[in-house]
Structures are given as C-alpha cells and as structure tokens.
Design a protein around this ligand. Structure first.
Ligand SMILES: *[C@@H]1O[C@H](CO)[C@@H](O)[C@H](O)[C@H]1NC(C)=O
Ligand SMILES: *[C@@H]1O[C@H](CO)[C@@H](O)[C@H](O)[C@H]1NC(C)=O
Ligand SMILES: *[C@@H]1O[C@H](CO)[C@@H](O)[C@H](O)[C@H]1NC(C)=O
Ligand SMILES: *[C@@H]1O[C@H](CO)[C@@H](O)[C@H](O)[C@H]1NC(C)=O
Length: 663
C-alpha cells in the first residue's frame, strides 16, 4: 500500500537559490513530486490542493533568528528549538545545497515520520470501521487476552469495554444465564479453533502481532443490525444494565419486563384462546391477523377479486345539483346527517355529491389550484371504482367516512392541531380509503391466494391496494388529476399524508395507533391540565409527529364510527357489515377455504353479540381517547344508546337487528 504512494513535497522559498535547487533535484532523484511556492498565500493554496506529505520552509531570511547558531549550539538547543516545534515545525535542516544532503534528509523523513503517520491513519480508519460494524468483533492476543472490543460486541455481550480489556473471555463473571451461554459458545469455538482468524498481514509484522478474530454469528448479527437503531433496543439495554446491580427479586421482575418487551406484538392485547368470547376472537382473527392455518396452496391467481376500473359510469352532469339533493346537503355539517337518504336521492352517487359540498366547504380546489370540473371528474372516477355490489364497502361507506372526517375536522381541537394540507389530505384519504374494495377481508384474500395478496405479500393487502389504485386513477387522466397544478414538493407531502392515513385504517395496527395516540396526545394533555401553569401545547401545529398520530386516529375513528351514529343509522350499518361478512363465509364454505370468522354465519349469527364484542374490543377505548381530545359528547351519547340497544336484544336472546315488534 505504502509503496504505491507518490510522495509530494512542497518547497516554500521566497527566492530560488542553490538550496531550493538542491531539494528540487533531490525530489527528482527520490521520485517525489515537488512544488515550489514563493509566498505564504500561494503555498497555502497549493497545499490545500495537493496535501503534500513533506513541506520545506526556508527559514534563512529571518532577521532576528539565526537558525544556524541556534541549531549548532548544544547548550541552548532545547530552549531555541521548542518555539519552532510549537509552531508546527518538526525538523530542521542545516543549509546545505548538496543534492546528496537534501536527498538524505527527505528519505529519512519519508521512512520515519511520514510512514508512521500513514500507519496511524490507516489504523484509525480500521478502528473507526470496527466501531461502526454491526457485528460483534473482538481482538485478542494469541493467548486470548482481550485487546479490543467494538460497541456491537459490548451490546451483544452486555459488558462494558472496561470490564473486558486485558481479561480473558473465560474469566469473565457470568451473572446472566444468556450471557454465560454465549460466552461458553464463543470460548468453545476459540478453543476448537473454529473461528475464522484474520491475521494482520502487513508484511513486516511477526509473531507479536495480535490476531483479529472476527466472530460471525449470522443470526445474532442480523438481529443486532435490525434493532440497533430502535428505541426498544435502548430500553432493553438500560434494563439490562439496571439488572446488573439489582436485588434478585427486582432482577427477576425485570426479566419478565424484558420478556414482554422482546415480543413484537407490543401493542396487541393478548387474547386467551379458550374461554374467550368467540365473537371477539373471530373479529380479531378476521380483521386483525392473517390466518396462518392454511397458506395459499397454489390456488393460482384465479381470484374472485373483480377489478372493476372500467365500468365508469356515464358522465352525469351535476352543474345544477337538484334541489332535493341540495336541500339534504344543507344539513351535511350535522353529525346526525342521514347518509342513506343521500344514497337514495342521488341514485347511489352519495360520494360525488357529498364530496363536492364538503371539498368546497374546506377550500380544497383553491388549495390544489384545480377547477371544480376536475374535482367533479375525480370524484366520479373514485366513486365508480367502489363496488356497488358490496353490502357494506360501497361508496356509501366512503361518503360516510368522508362525512365523519369533515365533522372531526370542524372540531376546535382538531382544527387547531392541523394545517390546511393535513385537512386536504384527510378529506382525500377518506374519499379513497376503500376504493375497489372487493367486499372480502384481508384474511380471506390471503387464504384464497388472490392476486392482490400475492402482489402485496399478504401484508396490508387491501389498504395498499386502495392507496395505490387511488393514485393510479388520479394521475392516469389529466381530466381528473386534482394534483396536476400543485408543485412537486406539495404533491409529495400530500401524497405521503394520504398514504399514511389510508394505511392506518388497517386493523392489524389498531392497538398500536390507539396506544400511541393515548401516550403521545392524551397523557401529555392530562398532565398539562394538572400542572396548568405550563403553556406548552403538545398538539400544536409545530409537532409533525403528533399531527401524524392525530390524522391516523381521525381516519380510524371515522372509518368505524357506525356505533356512534344515531340508532337507526347504526342499525342499518350493522346489517350491511353483517351481510358482507355472511357473504364471505358463504363463499369460504363454497370454495373450501378456511372460514375466518365462523360466528358470521347467516344461519347462526347473533348480530347483537357481534356488535357488543366489536364495541367492547375496538370501539370503546378508541372513542374514549378520541373524545378526550376532540370533545365529542354527541357521539359518546349515541355510542352508549346503541350499546344499550344491542345489550337489550342480546338479553332477550334476539339475534337480529331489531326486536320483531319494532320493525
Ligand atoms: C553538505 O552535505 C554533504 C553530504 O551529506 C556533506 O558532505 C557536506 O560536508 C555538507 N556541507 C556542509 C557545509 O555541512
Ligand atoms: C394554478 O394553475 C394554473 C394552471 O392551471 C397556473 O397557471 C397558475 O400559475 C397556478 N397558480 C398557482 C398559485 O399555483
Ligand atoms: C350499498 O349497499 C347497499 C346494500 O347493503 C345497497 O342498498 C346500496 O345501494 C349500496 N350503495 C351504493 C352506493 O352502491
Ligand atoms: C414482496 O416480497 C418480495 C420478496 O421479499 C419483495 O421483493 C417485494 O418487494 C415485496 N412486495 C411488496 C409489495 O412488499
């Protein structure tokens, strides 16, 4: 490595003379590159460009400094050379223009200081690299005494560098079972000589060179590189450290804490398997987890997901909204707005009409700088891609979620926490959030090996599809591209926010989203009320992290707000979702697929029970948290009333939507 380097020498001489010539020719003989600078300025410029290894500065012209006498006088050497050393000089050369003298000087510098500088520099880079390496690395002497460990090694072994250096691995205290096992494994491997040793091979080093033992534990290393940046890793490390000096009982308790922390399902409640309410576990199984009992066994791609992008309806002209519709929409800002009446009066186009009204109320066209014609075309395309044949997930559900979102956006706390871009993103997200929904759950699609499940690796299949398709439909045709007039940066931010919200509707992450909201929004708010001299506002506009949590919570609540609607609307929605689930169960039976939600069997299902479970498990906590933030007394009242309705029916062993006498 060193041999291939070409040394560069910079001569700083105010005047060319025999001395500078001497160095010049010496460089020529030694094969160094040489530059000459006449002024300090040009010297600096030249050095910054080339980074010479050796710089020779002519010091003979200094009036009050007789270099020669200084250097010749042994008595005063220390006192007189020090200032030069302090100034950054590290060698002096007595005037001698003989090329031999110059050559000898340069060669000595090269083989002495310059080369050792290079080695130091290389050494530093190697250790920097080792320090940042995600794999645990230690360097031991040949007799196994530890000379170096990198941070990954410290993390993996749970020891501090200070505890390790100078010790033999075998001698370390084994306070913890796992660490002891790991140490034993490493030691056995070393003893057996199994571990790949990389000897430093720098040619001139002999037996004394330490051996670099790079211990590769592929799975360990992988785990470390995966979690290395995660806050949970820090937490686990802190607890590990705390365990060290804790009494046994505390250490054991912390062991259990670690056990819990290490599971990935931090935010999902653990359901007992046996004595659990079947409605709850079915909902959880059907909505939250991908059934792993039967992986798609090569069913091919004969999916029954019908892609219906092409059935765009005839363009309806809605320049003049019929008075009946306009009149209905006057009440659109009320929570009790009847979306089913809108569905009927618009001939199943509730999304276009409600969309036009709501988007205009929030100034969406102005924000996007697009015409109302474009917006109208966009709403039509999106609505046309909802499946009218779905009992629940058709465009009326989308309109309902848009309605709830707009309602939430009107709440003071929500409005005060979000920017207009967030509002626009939320309205768009609500509109598209279930587009092209096939009327089947993620679990079903995965079990059936549908094209979409294959495409999205069984992960957030529907939600990924809704977002992806929404953007495809939007940008495909400029006539309906509501984003065409906004600049790239706005578009990117808006797009990110929309994607994030639609993906947040996936139920697998339900508890994660709710708990994050509670921890980051509700709890700080409660603390603020208690110690109310604090003016900090954790939900303010300057907290993008919190804005994201608020937006996710908002669309999640809007998506499942049915149990918080007035009773008759709540009942209609319950009927529709049950019907859609029944249809899925029917099809699963027909096709011999696993039945993901067996309680949703039209022959046996108790709708009140399923609603009670859904409310208990998913709704109550979430709306408590959302209400604590957004203040929604009307919703909470409806929720209580509706819950009572289902309870009453269930107590009477009624399995349908209403008491026979009521209907
Ligand atoms: C200059 O260096 C040469 C070669 O090392 C040496 O022979 C000569 O004596 C030196 N001259 C002086 C004046 O020191
Ligand atoms: C709005 O879009 C039009 C093109 O439709 C463009 O000419 C105009 O500059 C845009 N205005 C703003 C504020 O971006
Ligand atoms: C939605 O599904 C219901 C059946 O549950 C149906 O009556 C209604 O017309 C559908 N709405 C739209 C917009 O397709
Ligand atoms: C699905 O998994 C494959 C293989 O791991 C990967 O290449 C692909 O990007 C994944 N697709 C999606 C949509 O995540």
């Amino acid at each position: 490595m060193l041999c291939s380097l070409v040394f560069q020498v910079l001569l700083i001489f105010a005047k060319e003379d025999s001395q500078s010539d001497g160095f010049w020719w010496a460089c020529d003989r030694a094969g160094y590159r040489c530059n000459i600078a006449r002024t300090p300025e040009s010297a600096l410029e030249c050095f910054l460009d080339k980074h010479h290894e050796i710089i020779v500065i002519d010091h003979r012209q200094t009036r009050n400094f007789d270099a020669e006498s200084v250097c010749r006088s042994d008595d005063h050497e220390e006192a007189s050379v020090l200032p030069l050393l302090h100034a950054g000089f590290n060698r002096r050369f007595m005037e001698n223009s003989s090329i031999i003298a110059c050559y000898n000087e340069l060669i000595q510098i090269e083989h002495g200081e310059v080369r050792s500088q290079f080695k130091l520099r290389a050494c530093n880079s190697v250790f920097t690299a080792l320090d940042h390496c995600h794999e645990a690395i230690e360097i031991t002497s040949d007799d196994h005494v530890i000379q170096y460990v990198n941070p990954a090694f410290e993390r993996m072994m749970g020891y501090h560098k200070g505890e390790l250096l100078g010790k033999e691995l075998a001698d370390l205290p084994k306070s913890d079972k796992n660490r002891a096992d790991l140490l034993d494994t490493i030691n056995t491997c070393i003893k057996k000589g199994k571990i790949h040793k990389i000897h430093r091979d720098s040619g001139d080093n002999s037996q004394t060179a330490p051996s670099l033992q790079n211990r590769r534990y592929p799975s360990m290393a992988r785990i470390h590189s995966m979690t290395i940046e995660a806050p949970i890793t820090k937490v686990i490390n802190i607890i590990n450290a705390a365990q060290e000096n804790s009494p046994v009982t505390v250490a054991e308790a912390l062991d259990r804490v670690l056990e819990i922390l290490r599971t990935t399902e931090l935010y999902s409640p653990q359901l007992g398997t046996k004595d659990e309410d079947p409605h709850t576990s079915d909902l959880v199984g059907g909505l939250m987890t991908v059934s792993d009992e039967e992986k798609p066994e090569c069913r091919g791609t004969t999916s029954n997901v019908h892609q219906s992008h092409s059935h765009l309806a005839m363009p309806i002209t809605i320049n003049d909204v019929p008075p009946s519709i306009a009149q209905l929409l006057d009440n659109e800002e009320s929570w009790d707005f009847n979306i089913f009446e809108l569905e009927a009066v618009t001939h199943k186009r509730p999304l276009v009409y409600l969309g036009l009204k709501v988007f205009s109320r929030f100034g969406v066209c102005e924000f996007l700088n697009c015409s109302e014609t474009t917006l109208r075309a966009w709403l039509q395309v999106i609505e046309a891609n909802y499946h009218s044949s779905n009992a629940y997930h058709n465009s009326t559900h989308a309109a309902d979620v848009l309605h709830a979102t707009a309602f939430f956006l009107g709440k003071e706390r929500v409005k005060g926490s979000l920017d207009q871009l967030d509002e626009v993103a939320a309205l768009i997200a609500a509109t598209v959030h279930d587009v092209d929904h096939p009327g089947r759950t993620n679990s079903f699609l995965c079990n059936a090996g549908s094209e979409l499940a294959v495409l999205y690796n069984d992960t957030a299949v529907l939600e990924s599809h809704h977002t992806a398709l929404a953007f495809q439909l939007t940008v495909k045709d400029t006539k309906c591209n509501i984003f065409k007039n906004i600049d790239r940066n706005h578009y990117r931010t808006l797009r990110q926010a929309i994607i994030d919200m639609v993906l947040a509707t996936e139920m697998t992450k339900h508890f994660e989203h709710v708990n994050k909201f509670v921890n980051s929004i509700n709890k700080p708010m409660a603390a603020e009320v208690e110690g109310s001299d604090c003016e900090c506002n954790p939900t303010g506009k300057n907290f993008p992290e919190n804005q994201i949590l608020i937006k996710r919570m908002m669309i999640k609540c809007a998506d499942v707000a049915n149990p918080c609607r007035p009773l008759d609307l709540c009942i209609e929605w319950a009927g529709r979702i049950s019907e859609e689930y029944f249809a899925q169960t029917d099809e699963e039976k027909r096709q011999g697929l696993p039945v993901v939600m067996p309680v949703f069997d039209r022959n046996t299902c108790s709708i009140p029970k399923s609603q009670i479970s859904f409310i208990d498990y998913f709704i109550t906590d979430m709306f408590d948290a959302w209400d604590a933030f957004a203040h929604l007394p009307a919703l909470m009242q409806h929720l209580a009333d509706n819950y009572k309705h289902w309870k009453t029916l269930d107590d009477l062993k009624c399995k349908s939507l209403r008491l026979p006498s009521d209907s």
